[in-house]
Design a protein around this ligand. Structure first.
Ligand code: PAF
Length: 284
């Protein structure tokens, strides 16, 4: 496996591959790799000849009071896991490699899709995500790029960016990977105390209850959201940022009974750690 720390080194490797008819799968990450990332790398390895994993804690997607400085950085362990899962190249640049000049070009998806849910409390977050992912797409020119469904809003925003900017690649969205106890895998789970981790299980429990309500015929989005909130509020350590349901793909308000695909998404704080989770409720 090759470790590239500069844009130039990566471009050199990509040029070699592009001269052949080999396909490239890209797995963008911020490192601190866990089983969720491992599942993305594994899928990329099955479906492509060459797998590139980027490891970059992207400063532009963090707000001023967020965890940019304390975000876990574990490059050595990340390289070991990436190689084990079949990565050929790990791209781990510095911030000045990715953002070399003071005059910056932003890639931004506008509309409800970036304003609701996480966008409401993290106003610059998705602009940072789309900007860095567009740079990574241009640098690696992948046939396929892999993201996890846990970041459901990110997936919708990136889908829109790919469509609007005519990126010639397929977005492959992989299912949420959970701990045995149901907590969705996240690099931020390492911040949780044992007590907070246990309290966090309420998220999985509330989403399963919402799914049951839906399966038993409930089509009133507000009622499902209310019930989900009530369950989460039964956990004293849970501090709700949002629990909302929107119509997919544009994350627009649900008017009348639910139709098509709907995203029930939540963000809840346990101590200083903010966890997100979601489920898709589809009326067939
Ligand atoms: O999902 C993440 O880890 C990040 O948002 C991403 C896509 C790697 C961009 O920095």
């Amino acid at each position: 496996m090759i470790l590239c720390k500069t844009v130039r080194a990566l471009q050199k490797e990509i040029k070699k591959v592009k001269g052949t008819n080999k396909t490239i799968g890209l797995v963008p990450t911020m490192g601190a790799l866990h089983a969720g990332h491992a599942s993305l790398i594994e899928a990329a390895n099955k479906e492509n000849d060459i797998v590139v994993v980027s490891v970059f804690v992207n400063p532009t997607q963090f707000g001023p009071n967020e965890d940019l400085d304390s975000y876990p950085r574990t490059l050595e362990a990340d390289c070991i896991l990436a190689e084990k899962m079949g990565a050929n190249i790990v791209f781990a640049p510095t911030p000045s490699e990715m953002y070399p000049s003071r005059d910056m070009t932003w890639v931004e998806v506008s509309g409800d899709i970036t304003k609701v849910l996480c966008g409401a409390t993290r106003p610059i977050h998705f602009r940072g995500v789309t900007t860095i992912v567009a740079k990574l797409f241009n640098l690696t020119q992948p046939e396929r790029a892999y993201f996890g469904q846990k970041d459901a809003q990110q997936v919708q925003v990136l889908t829109r960016m790919v469509k609007d900017l005519f990126f010639q690649l397929e977005l492959r969205i992989m299912p949420i990977i959970r701990e045995e106890d149901g907590l969705a895998k996240s690099s931020r789970n390492t911040y949780l105390s044992k007590k907070e981790h246990k309290a966090g299980l309420i998220l999985y429990k509330s989403l399963r209850k919402a799914e049951q309500l839906f399966i038993s015929g409930q089509r009133d989005a507000e009622k499902i959201v209310e019930e989900t909130i009530q369950i989460i509020q039964s956990e004293p350590l849970a501090d709700i940022d949002y629990v909302k349901m929107y119509a997919m793909p544009e994350l627009t308000p649900i008017d009348g009974p639910m139709k098509g695909r709907n995203l029930l998404a939540l963000a809840v704080k346990f101590g200083k750690t903010r966890l997100i989770d979601n489920t898709i409720l589809e009326v067939k």
